[in-house]
Design a protein around this ligand. Structure first.
Ligand SMILES: Nc1ncnc2c1ncn2[C@@H]1O[C@H](COP(=O)(O)OP(=O)(O)OP(=O)(O)O)[C@@H](O)[C@H]1O
Length: 279
């Protein structure tokens, strides 16, 4: 785990923000708080506004109404780009790597806000890069060209670049996409460790509701650009909420052994009641 802790813990909260593409408001009056040491998962159907809300917190889409402030009082609108990049990093779904880079070189990009303006000095950089590679299992392929990676390996390189940035707030848009089972579990463990051991505040978009239930302290359910449920996994992951949001029956069960919540969208192929009736 990181030898040097990230910068002083600092949460961020958005209050009643609207976010638009052109004149089209797609996120309406959304509020979200990412507190130090907590993991907040954003869930909801395709197009419900999860990525847009996350990107608004990183100022990639400035809100057209409402406000976003950090726990120390700083306002998202007035921070310099460099100050913002030292506080918050985003693993986005949209990314293109410049050609000709190897894994280590791409991860080094994550250190840009820590370099001195002219000389490029960054004494903690090499350790941060090694740490990020170790956490994401990339050390053995550090010199491999990024262009020659599989989808899952490339996903881990982008995540490592975010980790190397050493921010106290981490925004992750579907970080487990493309990953095989082992790396899904390991990356989720890394995220949990960053929150528990280093006080990082994490906002993460997840489509896998069982993963969200397992990793998150709080969930936000979005539907049509609005937050329609918020709270603990038990509060949010209910049959009523999920069936309404996804437009398909979703059963929710709590494992009697470990107390974990499991969800199951029910279609014709896996509806035991239908099968029993037709047997
Ligand atoms: N670049 C864009 N220009 C215009 N509209 C956009 C753009 N990106 C997203 N939208 C629209 O904004 C709304 C919210 O999209 P967003 O990507 O935030 O949803 P999401 O919940 O993250 O979806 P998904 O689960 O499919 O990734 C959708 O109606 C989408 O069509």
């Amino acid at each position: 785990m990181p030898a040097t802790p990230p910068p002083a813990a600092n949460g961020v909260s958005a209050r009643e923000i609207d976010v638009a593409y052109g004149r089209d408001v797609v996120v309406h009056a959304a509020s979200i708080a990412l507190d130090a040491g907590t993991v907040t998962a954003l869930i909801g159907p395709n197009g419900s506004g999860k990525s847009t809300l996350l990107r608004a917190l990183a100022r990639l889409h400035p809100p057209v109404a409402g406000e976003v402030t950090f726990a120390d009082g700083a306002d998202l609108r007035t921070l310099s780009g460099r100050d913002l990049a030292r506080r918050i990093t985003l693993l986005s779904q949209q990314r293109t790597a410049p050609g000709g880079l190897c894994v280590r070189e791409l991860i080094e990009f994550g250190r840009h806000p820590h370099r001195s303006r002219w000389g490029g000095r960054d004494p903690e950089g090499p350790a941060a890069i090694e740490r990020a590679m170790a956490l994401t299992g990339l050390t053995p392929i550090a010199e491999r060209p990024v262009q020659a990676l599989s989808g899952g390996q490339a996903q881990r390189v982008w995540l490592a670049s975010c980790l190397a940035q050493d921010t106290s707030l981490l925004l992750l848009d579907e970080p487990t996409t493309f990953l095989d089972l082992r790396y899904q579990v390991e990356i989720l463990d890394v995220i949990r460790d960053l929150a528990d051991e280093h006080g990082v505040g994490v906002g993460v978009v997840l489509h896998d509701l069982d993963q969200a239930a397992a990793i998150a302290d709080r969930l936000l359910l979005l539907e049509d650009g609005r937050v329609t449920a918020e709270g603990s996994p038990e509060d949010v992951l209910t049959t009523t909420n999920l069936t309404r949001a996804y437009g398909i029956r979703v059963d929710v069960v709590t494992d009697p052994v470990d107390g974990r919540i499991h969800t199951r969208a029910v279609g014709r192929f896996n509806d035991v009641r239908l099968r029993a009736a037709s047997a």
